[in-house]
Design a protein around this ligand. Sequence first.
Ligand SMILES: Cc1ncc(COP(=O)(O)O)c(C=O)c1O
Ligand SMILES: N[C@@H](CCOP(=O)(O)O)C(=O)O
Length: 469
Amino acid sequence: MRYVSTRGEAPAVDFRAALLAALAPDGGLYLPEAWPRHGGDFIDRLKGASFAEAASLTLSPFVAPWLSGEETRAMAAKAYGGFADPAVAPLRRIGEEDWLLELFHGPTLAFKDVAMQLLGLLFERALRDAGGRATIIGATSGDTGGAAVEAFRGRAGVEVFILHPEGRISEVQRRFMTTADDPNICNIAVDGTFDDCQRVVKEIFADCDFCARHSVSGVNSINWARLAIQTVYYFTAIAMLRAEGVEAAPSFVVPTGNFGDVFAGYAAKRMGAPVGRLCVAVNENDIMHRALSRGRYAPRAVTPTISPSMDIQIASNFERLLFEASGRDAAAIRDFMQAFAKKRAGDIPAAWLDEIRADFISERASEAETCEEIARLHKASGVLVDPHTAVGLAAMRKARADGRLSGPVVTLATAHPAKFPDAVESAAGARPPLPAHVGDLFAKPERCERAPASADAVKAMIEQAGGGR
Ligand SMILES: Cc1ncc(COP(=O)(O)O)c(C=O)c1O
Ligand SMILES: N[C@@H](CCOP(=O)(O)O)C(=O)O
């Protein structure tokens, strides 16, 4: 399997090269040159399988011939061995035809752990094979950073620089990053928004000399490997529903920010997973809802919300969807992205929009609706959800009410409620305790640098630390 760039001006590469590069050298995002198919009885084969086994079966066409099925299975078993729930991504029924897919049982209590725990091992292996080092640069609105720190702390040959928007993430999210005392981890609180952090990361990637000198790589969802791994839980969720006797193709509601997780659902569908609709659920930062419903992709100023990880305007992975919707017309994507960079807005061609709407719907949840959803579920069933998951549930309820969703629906529960205790307590009147395995988070000292939202400032910090050399 080889990987091509959405902008068509970079050579096709194998999985290991796409993994280590993260972003293609032409500024585009990698995708498999053709979607592998998991048809036939694939879902049935997953029914009794462990999550690690399912991961190895799902990922094998992506990682072959670099890794054998046996090697992938061993890595996945190691990656998921420490999850608090042995199912890794269990389903919880919350209504007649409604389920939550709980993706927060990993070490930092968010869905990012599912991909990141395996990604850490893949990086380690890739660097060992290539005999190299890496400087990982990442932007986070709260969860990617903690998951990356946990997955890469103490790993030989890897230095990690994570940028977060100062004061715009929860204290628990921040502590998952800043309490790591390993010398290969550097947290940087940026004076700006998540979009500023992501812009700085992309500007650094655009400096080819710097990247070559420091072996720069990334673990945000611009990295195809992240999304490939995230396809796994769409397959396992469908297999678990089948095991419960639910044969109809479920729809998935995905709390969305950078458009990575919902694109993974789309990728699973393209690979043959029987997926109904994909519902893009956003908070008041609703650029993706406006783009999909009105056809104009135009950022506004970021509004801080109680679901801070989705306080995002520029959704990196939308480029991947546009590439698919355009019939993989890389020249058209280049034009679209260049015009967008200049005008800060873009009109999505009608034909592309029709393609997108064949698979996707979208919905927005206000702050009040998000709080109501947390309170409603807690009152009805005693279950506490985090505000990102609640955005998904509010979107699900609206889309069911007007008939855009029907039949079995799985809403992705993307974070543990204890990551956002204040917001959850104020909505539901109950404070979610931190799980015992992370109970010492508030006892550890924090370590964090500060920087303006400038690529030069961050590059200077990396230079000074000697990252990747
Ligand atoms: C808890 C949580 N939910 C949802 C999202 C949105 O996911 P994505 O950026 O893949 O759309 C994020 C951030 O990525 C998150 O941290
Ligand atoms: N919501 C994310 C933002 C980064 O998204 P990614 O999926 O591209 O890594 C976060 O919590 O950091």
